[in-house]
Write a protein that binds this ligand. Structure first.
Ligand SMILES: Cc1cc2nc3c(=O)[nH]c(=O)nc-3n(C[C@H](O)[C@H](O)[C@H](O)COP(=O)(O)O)c2cc1C
Length: 197
């Protein structure tokens, strides 16, 4: 399996890093692009050096390299994830405005009808953010905001991050055992046909 991974400059660089680590552990080939502002958030938010992050991927491309292999629809892959996705990158994708390699590779992924997954991070979201996300959802993009699954009672930030990464892997159709899956509420009260007790 071969995927394209973009890290843009929203808060949450660790989600992208854990995604790369998970792919490496699962022998998924990764083609990585990191935006200039993602390099800043990696330094600001994590203990990872840029070299360590780049070292997790099989192939790395500069974000300015519009001539890279992943810039063309003829480069076949099994999906692209932008994790985290800034509102600037979301806006660019929603409007077909491709002035860097992350935008271009995602635009190509959409036009070739391949799987595109976004992990958009901003809060609060204003109407333009929401409209842009809706536009992308309407063309089949999977929108996976980094919202913790508190029903799993996470204790560490790592557990919260891994849960999100696992849901992205689910979207890609990858078999993994990163999380405990929900199997229902033990000893739940029995409900009637309309949901009443
Ligand atoms: C520390 C830091 C945190 C940021 N967090 C966010 C964020 O959560 N969401 C967002 O949309 N932009 C955030 N930004 C702003 C983006 O980095 C900025 O809009 C940038 O132009 C995005 O460009 P890119 O999408 O090409 O990486 C943050 C910037 C910094 C320096």
């Amino acid at each position: 399996m071969k995927i394209v991974v973009g890290l843009s400059g929203a808060s949450g660089a660790i989600y992208g890093i854990r995604m790369l680590e998970a792919c490496k552990a699962l022998s998924i080939e990764t083609h990585l692009v990191v935006s200039a502002w993602a390099e800043v958030t990696i330094k600001q938010e994590t203990e990872y050096s840029l070299d360590q992050v780049y070292g997790l991927a099989n192939y790395v491309y500069p974000n300015q390299d519009m001539g890279a292999a992943i810039s063309s629809g003829s480069f076949r892959h099994d999906g692209m994830v932008i994790i985290p996705a800034s509102m600037k990158t979301v806006a660019a994708l929603a409007h077909g405005f491709t002035d860097n390699l992350i935008h271009r590779a995602a635009d190509v992924t959409m036009k070739e009808k391949r799987k595109l997954i976004l992990v958009p991070r901003e809060t609060p979201l204003h109407v333009i953010h929401l409209r842009n996300l809706l536009t992308l959802a309407e063309v089949g993009t999977a929108i996976i905001p980094p919202m913790p699954a508190l029903y799993q009672k996470p204790v560490t930030v790592g557990e919260i991050v891994d849960h999100l990464v696992a849901r992205v892997l689910d979207q890609l159709g990858v078999e993994h055992n990163m999380i405990h899956r929900w199997t229902g509420i033990p000893n739940a009260p029995s409900l009637g046909p309309r949901g009443e007790d």
